[in-house]
Design a protein around this ligand. Structure first.
Ligand code: SAM
Length: 362
């Protein structure tokens, strides 16, 4: 174990071994991952104020509570003024960056609206707010348009890097195409976005080998950011039928933590999110993720009246918290684990900034 925890280039069998660790070995893995994170990234935590822009969605992902066919959901889209108010609030709370997430739409009215909002947020913040987008699959042209408007990071989880597993959790049709999702990630990387991807952990049919392959996929793609969280079954989705066949809440959270820890050993300089889903399964879930290698938290800025409508999974943590309460709560929680929130900063991925640093010949 000790040797593996210090090995330079982990192979698939090493990763499987680490992901299978329990008890004292799991604790050793967590301790080593924290040590590596502190060595490369210090104890700093970056914030992205999350704006859940709309729950209208053209997709039918079999796990997601806001999937298009779920007619129990009350659909909403924030007004321009609501989005800009969230951005102003992020400035006031000194968050440094926001993330705009939404159900997937690809019509021109939607894509142009996002361009306009990105430009407006850049203008009102005098260029100071960093903007991450997480708006699903789009054409390369649309990704370019948003990049040129000022967005500089994009999150598109692959959800499952094993194509066969991907089609067990998505319908197999032209709206859910594994190869297109991959090529979207490639487009984002090519355009120069700090690109993030990720998977859900503890899905039905998912094996530890699948999870090891997911980590190898992140390394192969050389992404700047990764977001991984436990799968949480939603009763109004088709995958709920398998809810009794997945590992327990504790096991899914522990596996998520092991995924974060192993990836921190593999890619010490990337940004990794402590997902809200971690805290949904365990009140200390986000702190636990930070203590095993994560370095980003996404406090929710969505107007409270709309949060109940963005329930991608049930019992989502912090749904009722007001943004200013959230800020002081996070400060206290991070201090309690000897971490410090970095305010007024974009909090870019060190892996990305190093790779794109100007060289002497530039
Ligand atoms: N539409 C965009 C996309 O597809 O990337 C962003 C919104 S989508 C709702 C955000 C993420 O929520 C997905 O990437 C997925 O991993 C996660 N998610 C959806 N349903 C979930 C569930 N039941 N449990 C855990 N995470 C879930």
């Amino acid at each position: 174990m000790e040797e593996l925890l210090h090995k330079d280039h982990l192979q698939k069998e090493d990763i499987v071994r680490l992901l299978s660790a329990t008890g004292e070995e799991m604790r050793q893995l967590f301790a080593r991952a924290l040590e590596v994170k502190l060595q490369y990234l210090d104890n700093k935590v970056h914030l992205r104020g999350l704006i859940e822009y709309s729950n209208r969605c053209r997709k039918s992902c079999l796990y997601c509570g806001v999937r298009g066919p779920n007619d129990k959901v009350h659909r909403y889209t924030l007004t321009d003024e609501e989005v800009l108010d969230c951005a102003r609030q992020a400035m006031e709370l000194r968050y440094g960056s926001i993330a705009i997430q939404s159900g997937e739409r690809s019509d021109k009215a939607f894509t142009d609206k996002i361009t306009e909002l990105v430009r407006e947020i850049k203008r009102l913040s005098d260029g100071k707010l960093g903007i991450t987008l997480s708006l699903g699959e789009q054409t390369e042209e649309v990704y370019r348009q948003w990049f040129e408007a000022g967005a500089h990071r994009y999150l598109l989880r692959i959800e499952a890097s094993n194509e066969a597993l991907y089609y067990k959790i998505h319908p197999h049709d032209d709206r859910h195409d594994f190869q297109r999702r991959l090529s979207c990630i490639d487009s984002l990387l090519k355009l120069g976005y700090q690109t993030g991807t990720g998977v859900m952990v503890g899905l039905p049919f998912q094996t530890v080998e699948d999870l090891a392959d997911d980590l190898l996929f992140f390394r192969r793609k050389d992404v700047a950011m990764v977001g991984m969280g436990p799968f949480i079954p939603h009763q109004d989705t088709p995958l709920y039928a398998y809810a009794d066949q997945i590992p327990s809440d504790e096991e899914r959270l522990n596996m998520t933590l092991k995924m974060i820890a192993v990836l921190r050993l593999m890619l010490p300089e990337i940004n990794m999110v402590a997902a809200t889903a971690d805290q949904t399964l365990d009140p200390m879930g986000r702190e636990k993720a930070i203590m095993v290698g994560a370095n980003v938290i996404m406090p929710n800025l969505t107007p409270t009246g709309h949060r109940e409508d963005y329930l991608i999974y049930p019992d989502k943590a912090c749904v009722g918290d007001k943004p200013e309460e959230c800020q002081s709560c996070l400060d206290i929680r991070m201090h309690a684990i000897q971490h410090e929130i970095l305010y007024d900063a974009w909090g870019d991925s060190l892996a990305f900034t190093k790779r794109h640093a100007p060289t002497v010949s530039d």
